[in-house]
Write a protein that binds this ligand. Structure first.
Ligand SMILES: Cc1cc2nc3c(=O)[nH]c(=O)nc-3n(C[C@H](O)[C@H](O)[C@H](O)COP(=O)(O)OP(=O)(O)OC[C@H]3O[C@@H](n4cnc5c(N)ncnc54)[C@H](O)[C@@H]3O)c2cc1C
Length: 473
């Protein structure tokens, strides 16, 4: 396959897509002053295939074709493949190179579940196989468009006052179907080449129009992407998030015609469960991998700040560092264990389901606690430290240098730079977003609980108890 260059990628998204931002329609996301940096940074991700120093992390030989392939678009065949994938995600998160690449979870999940969909309608399996190969061989970027806007959460899609609150099929012709509705919080929608639109959950049997899964391109007639951008800031005050850039989007499918060869499900409710399950599993494995980087940032911040403030040996600080270290090491163990105990289906190595769900839950449910520890170690100055302009003011700089040091443990400059980093990571716009993201992205906590309850073998545990207790049925 041919790996694209950054320029070829940029050319591919100059396709007349309708992207709205700050109340305006953006003419061209690659040139508009508000979006071009994010488009360029997505383009820069394509350098990873062409840089000999890091190429091997992202490129492998595909056992299917014998050709070189983007690792994120190859089905893992073994524990080693899963671990290599985990390493690539980690590296992508740390460097930004390949961050959008592993959104391919959407197509991996579809390809994994394709044989099952094919039992209901062989056309679905063929469509998935054809589209997967096209995307793999043309090195296309894809995103996951699953979350519906959902209206009243206590009601099923068909019971809502407005039938469009979940994406649904509103028309069908011999050539294809027409989709209407809005998908919410879709990462990188305006920067990808394709979106896998899929049901957010299992629907009811009497609501077939909501059980639809299809591949939609951002440039199709009727697709409107309402992008949300984080604003750029200055680097000193916001060392993590200063570049701003693309975040999530609402994707409005305003009666979008989708041709047959892009349809993966069309009305069969019993397929929504397997699709949602497959995506959840692949995505949560990726989530554990990309969270490694975040937790290392929390660990490094906490340890450094404790030293800068001269409190690293205090008992309650040691307790907090222990909590952070324990979660960080547990996450590593969960990633390894999910790969080591992978199951094999249709030649694909599938991360262990319960370990993956528990690992993701463990991280997501404890994250806020770790943030609390880092903030506690840092002190109130985390949100009162002078901004760069005040710190550099010539009347004040000397005073800040004198009074804001950590004594002989750190200079004011060191301490303030670290405080800015921690504020950015935990207590400001980016940090707040990380907290919400950790809770909700890849499904809320309840979703992981549900999967864990489903996969744990309670029945054999009950049998054991009955045997020991001498209970007969
Ligand atoms: C940064 C970010 C990136 C994301 N990226 C993507 C993406 O690329 N693609 C994508 O498809 N999605 C994406 N999501 C969406 C994510 O998957 C959802 O946020 C998540 O599934 C929760 O759904 P929700 O936000 O609609 O919250 P809600 O579903 O409203 O959940 C809020 C609370 O209500 C509870 N709840 C909801 N329904 C019920 C019910 N019927 N009964 C009882 N309790 C209920 C939930 O458990 C939770 O506690 C992203 C989210 C974030 C924050």
């Amino acid at each position: 396959m041919a790996f694209r260059t950054p320029e070829q990628y940029l050319e591919s998204i100059r396709d007349g897509r309708k992207v709205y931002l700050d109340g305006d329609l953006v003419e061209d996301v690659t040139t508009d002053a508000r979006t071009r940096d994010a488009a360029q940074s997505a383009a820069d991700e394509f350098t990873r295939y062409h840089d000999p120093k890091i190429r091997d992390i992202f490129v492998m030989t595909d056992p299917d074709t014998g050709q070189e392939v983007d690792r994120f678009m190859a089905m893992p065949r073994s524990t080693e493949d899963l671990k290599a994938r985990a390493r690539a995600i980690d590296y992508a998160q740390e460097t930004g190179l390949g961050k959008l690449g592993f959104l391919s979870d959407a197509m991996l999940a579809m390809r994994w579940v394709a044989p099952e969909l094919g039992k209901t309608n062989p056309d679905y399996e063929t469509a998935i196989e054809t589209q997967f190969k096209r995307m793999r061989d043309n090195n296309l970027l894809v995103c996951i468009a699953m979350s519906d806007t959902k209206g009243d959460r206590s009601k099923h899609p068909g019971e809502q006052d407005d039938p469009d609150l979940y994406v649904r099929k509103v028309d069908e012709t011999p050539d294809g179907i027409v989709l209407r509705g809005m998908k919410a919080h879709i990462t990188a929608a305006h920067l990808v080449n394709e979106m896998v639109v899929m049901p957010t959950k299992r629907m009811r049997d009497d609501e077939p129009e909501y059980s639809v899964c299809a591949l939609v391109s951002p440039d199709m007639e009727g697709v409107k992407i309402l992008a949300r951008y984080d604003k750029p800031k200055n680097q000193y005050d916001y060392p993590l998030s200063y570049e701003g850039g693309a975040a999530e989007s609402f994707v409005w499918l305003d009666d979008v015609f989708v041709p047959r060869d892009r349809i993966f499900q069309n009305g069969e409710n019993h397929l929504s469960g397997p699709i949602a399950y497959a995506l959840g599993l692949w995505q949560r494995f990726s989530a554990m991998c990309y969270k490694r980087h975040t937790i290392r940032m929390l660990a490094g911040s906490a340890s450094l700040m404790a030293k800068y403030n001269g409190i690293e040996k205090a008992g309650h600080i040691q307790d907090k560092l222990f909590e952070i270290a324990m979660l960080a090491d547990s996450l590593e163990a969960f990633i390894d264990a999910a790969a080591e105990t992978a199951s094999h289906r249709d030649g694909v190595a599938v991360p262990n389901e319960s370990i993956t769900n528990i690992g993701k839950y463990m991280f997501a449910s404890r994250y806020h606690e770790l943030v609390k520890h880092v903030q506690d170690i840092s002190g109130g100055i985390l949100v009162t430290a002078p901004w760069e302009r005040d710190y550099l003011n010539e009347d004040l700089h000397g005073a800040f240098t004198k009074y804001l040091s950590g004594g002989d443990k750190s200079s004011a400059e060191q301490r303030l730079r670290l405080l800015n980093f921690i504020r950015d990571l935990t207590a400001d716009e980016y940090g707040g977003k990380q907290m919400v993201t950790t809770l909700h992205a890849e499904g809320s906590l309840a979703a992981q609980k549900m999967m864990t309850l489903r996969s744990y073998d309670f029945l054999s545990a009950e049998d054991m108890v009955k045997t020991i207790a001498g209970i007969e049925d």
